[in-house]
Design a binder for this molecule. Sequence first.
Ligand SMILES: NC(=O)c1ccc[n+]([C@@H]2O[C@H](COP(=O)([O-])OP(=O)(O)OC[C@H]3O[C@@H](n4cnc5c(N)ncnc54)[C@H](O)[C@@H]3O)[C@@H](O)[C@H]2O)c1
Length: 352
Amino acid sequence: MSIKFGIIGFGFMGHVHASTLAKLKEAELIAICDIDDEKLSDAPQGVRLCKDMDELLSIKDIDVVILSVPNHIHKEAVIKAARAGKNILLEKPAALSVKEFDEMMKVVKECNVKFSVHHQRRYDKDFRIAKEVYDKNMVGQIYTIQTMLYGINGNMHDWHVFKKYGGGMLYDWGVHLIDQMLWMVDSKIKTIFAYIRNVINEEVDDYFKILLRFENGILGEIELGTYFLADKEKWFERHWFIGGNKGSMYVDGFEPIGKIARTTRLLTNVPGKTTMTASGPTRSFGPPQPGILVTEDLPKVDVDHIMYFENFLKALKGEEEFIVKPEQVRRVLSVMEASWESARTGKSIDFE
Ligand SMILES: NC(=O)c1ccc[n+]([C@@H]2O[C@H](COP(=O)([O-])OP(=O)(O)OC[C@H]3O[C@@H](n4cnc5c(N)ncnc54)[C@H](O)[C@@H]3O)[C@@H](O)[C@H]2O)c1
């Protein structure tokens, strides 16, 4: 028997979810609602169209609701869905604060419904390559992990530029980047330092840099800016770097390219060969001497966002654990709150 889904909020992500469900044999989309009639005009045939979430939640046959409404409505939608006895797949960011999340989860537990958050970016290719390098210890003792995302056209869209809807880049992509970092690095965070700015947006953040000092000695650096204007062909909007004492790894772009690079011998105290550059002579920062640097291909990974849903369906049936667990979601939200506090006070925040 198929698992019957309803979608609440049929905008950008609602449409993405409908086409994902259409690819899954075990899933059947039976109802959609959106407060904006126009959004329903291209709904798939045969699906019941509802005027609001109350009508959709009253449909008995629905097993799971996907909540893809703007961020400020997540709490209301989760509480209503849980009280209607529906299992929940919630869009990120789960909540606007840890407090809000705790209130939502209290009702989810009381109503005994299943719950997960759509952190499908755990199945991003570039991220999984970085995670494989981390998990398999491929660059030795790691001292830095950097993850960066840059908007080169300066664009932020729709409700994301307004505070009252839960806009801002930390709530948007920030939550993915933090989730990826925390899921990869299996260590407590000792301190958090963050710098968060509204560069061109009046109400919300469009630039941040967050430094996570992990107990295992790694510094996690997360940077995002939507106003990194550039017309360069070789400017990558997405970037990972992992530095260890046995090599480095870089991964660039959403269709990731990159390498692992190592030195053939320890370079400490090797007499420096002077290289002339446009900025003058240098020994440490010129190109490597021939034969000193060797590169390896990045590990192959075979992932797709649909795997998030495959896990969700199996977890619903009790065959697997949900890949995204409430305590992980809560930790990400706590890191975001500590980041805001650090940005506000200019101080590093003790954590965990
Ligand atoms: N996981 C991801 O990669 C990803 C990507 C984009 C957006 N999102 C998240 O998905 C959610 C929706 O974002 P979006 O980009 O699709 O926004 P969107 O504006 O394109 O779509 C939201 C839809 O919800 C509808 N809506 C608003 N209030 C409603 C209500 N009370 N009842 C029913 N419908 C209502 C709107 O009319 C709109 O059609 C957000 O939480 C966002 O953060 C996640």
